[in-house]
Design a protein around this ligand. Structure first.
Ligand SMILES: *Cc1c(COP(=O)(O)O)cnc(C)c1O
Length: 450
């Protein structure tokens, strides 16, 4: 058990002993409402006491099965042994010096690991930051500095963060952008290969969508004006859309032919989540720059931009950084998380989760026509719900109702998608197979009752 759950001491079981949320959570929720800004939401207002392996324990003594990993963060579990050990040791030595004032080895070691693990055998360098949005912003700074160009191309359904520049890069208005403009200029959005909704069908989608995207870039922006093309190799918040085959390699080739920096935003899809270290490996795409965060440090805030040394070095000395970027405790946690990923072979675990989930979900789809599409890779799996499999009209109410039903039974699931009609499953990669199946039983029962 200890090994399977990455060292979590928590009993790996679902336990529902009160209504969810229970009375103590409701009390805390009242205090929260009085003092926490209303714009900061929570999927499920159940207040956490401990979490680890595949479960989250709350103040009322409930133990929930975790199919969210704090949005694809705690892939190694929320209290993985190596993360706790290394971060605790670092915490006792020093919490901070600021790498820009006096450096420390942990930062360098994380950059060495990133150079080794990311695709491509070219010379690589990295810079570390605190959040995914900050990494994406810095990728844009670096690409502009290298190319001496300004335009940035992003895609329909893309998500890249909530800071001003990354709001501009993000596709969806509500809730991410609404009322928060004006947004940064020189950002252009083009079509992505969304196979399930492509008018001429999924088979034609990859090459057709790539041709449309490239046509728009050349006609509306001018390839020679583009500093960077930024894409998530599997789109996260936009609905776990895997760009149809051929799309990513074609866009990467176009970028290369035109001196454009190709940036893979692997903040959600990276670090074993899809059954590979990085999702872009699936079609052999080697990005110029890659942004990482979420799964990198077992729950501690850390983010990185990694890429070709000559691009990374193009920013002038002192041009990149930040007070906390690459915090020593977060770096120690990252080294513990990466150690856990290697030792427990979490890529293999993610592939096994895919096998179990897709098997069960495919059987459900035969019974429940509301399940329009099953997609994703590894432990990044989603189902898109529709009112009718022919028209594919989105069914966000069904997704909301299903999530609610799962929560009441002690299974934490998340929704996503441009139309709000996608249920996404992001269990910690260390979840036990019994819990995984119990979670899927709950989903199946919820569909039966819908
Ligand atoms: C979550 C996410 C971000 C933003 O990361 P934060 O740490 O929330 O700033 C950027 N890109 C992708 C693909 C993400 O999933």
């Amino acid at each position: 058990m200890t090994e399977l759950t990455g060292g979590s001491a928590l009993p790996q079981e679902r336990r529902v002993v009160t209504a969810i949320p229970g009375p103590k959570s409701l009390e805390l929720q009242a205090r929260r409402t009085a003092t926490v800004a209303g714009g900061v939401g929570s999927v499920l207002p159940v207040f956490t006491t401990r979490a680890g392996g595949g479960v989250i324990e709350d103040v009322d003594g409930n133990s929930l099965i975790d199919f969210g990993s704090g949005i694809a963060v705690t892939s190694v579990g929320a209290s993985a042994e190596a993360v706790v050990r290394r971060a605790s040791a670092q915490l006792a030595n020093f919490t901070h010096t600021c790498f820009m004032v006096t450096p420390y080895e942990g930062y360098v070691e994380v950059c060495e690991q990133l150079a080794e693990l990311t695709p491509g055998d070219h010379a690589k360098k990295s810079a570390l930051f605190n959040s995914g949005a900050e990494a994406v912003e810095n990728a844009v700074k670096i690409a502009r500095s290298y190319t001496k160009r300004q335009a940035v191309v992003v895609f329909d359904h893309g998500y890249h963060g909530r800071t001003n520049l990354t709001m501009a890069l993000t596709a969806k208005n509500m809730p991410y952008k609404h009322g928060f403009g004006p947004f940064a200029p020189e950002v252009y959005r083009v079509p992505v290969a969304y196979g399930y909704r492509w008018p001429t069908g999924a088979e034609n989608c990859g090459p057709e969508a790539a041709a449309q995207a490239i046509d728009q870039i050349t006609k509306q922006v001018g390839a020679e004006n583009v500093a960077a093309i930024i894409i998530e190799p599997v789109l996260g918040e936009g609905g776990f859309i895997e760009p149809a085959k051929g799309f990513l390699p074609r866009i990467a080739e176009f970028a290369k032919d035109n001196g454009i920096v190709f940036v893979a935003d692997e903040i959600q899809s990276g670090f074993c989540r899809t059954g590979q270290w990085f999702a872009c490996e699936d079609e052999g795409v080697v990005p110029d720059l890659i942004t990482t965060a979420k799964g990198i440090a077992g729950g501690m805030p850390l983010a990185a931009v990694t890429g070709r040394a000559e691009i990374m070095d193009s920013a002038h000395a002192g041009g990149l950084g930040g007070t906390y970027g690459g915090n020593p405790v977060a770096c120690a946690a990252a080294l513990g998380a990466i150690e856990t990923m290697r030792e427990l072979d979490l890529n293999a675990k993610a592939k096994r989760i895919e096998e179990v989930m897709k098997g069960r979900l495919t059987a459900m789809q035969e019974k429940f026509p509301v399940i329009g599409d099953i997609r994703g890779r590894g432990a990044m799996i989603a189902i898109e719900l529709v009112k009718d499999p022919e028209t594919k009209a989105p069914a966000p109410e069904a997704a909301g109702a299903l999530a609610k039903a799962c929560h009441a039974e002690g299974l934490l699931v998340l929704t996503c998608g441009t139309y709000g009609n996608v249920l996404r499953f992001l269990p910690p990669l260390v979840i036990g197979e019994d819990l995984l199946n119990e979670g899927l039983d709950i989903i199946e029962a919820a569909f039966a009752r819908l």
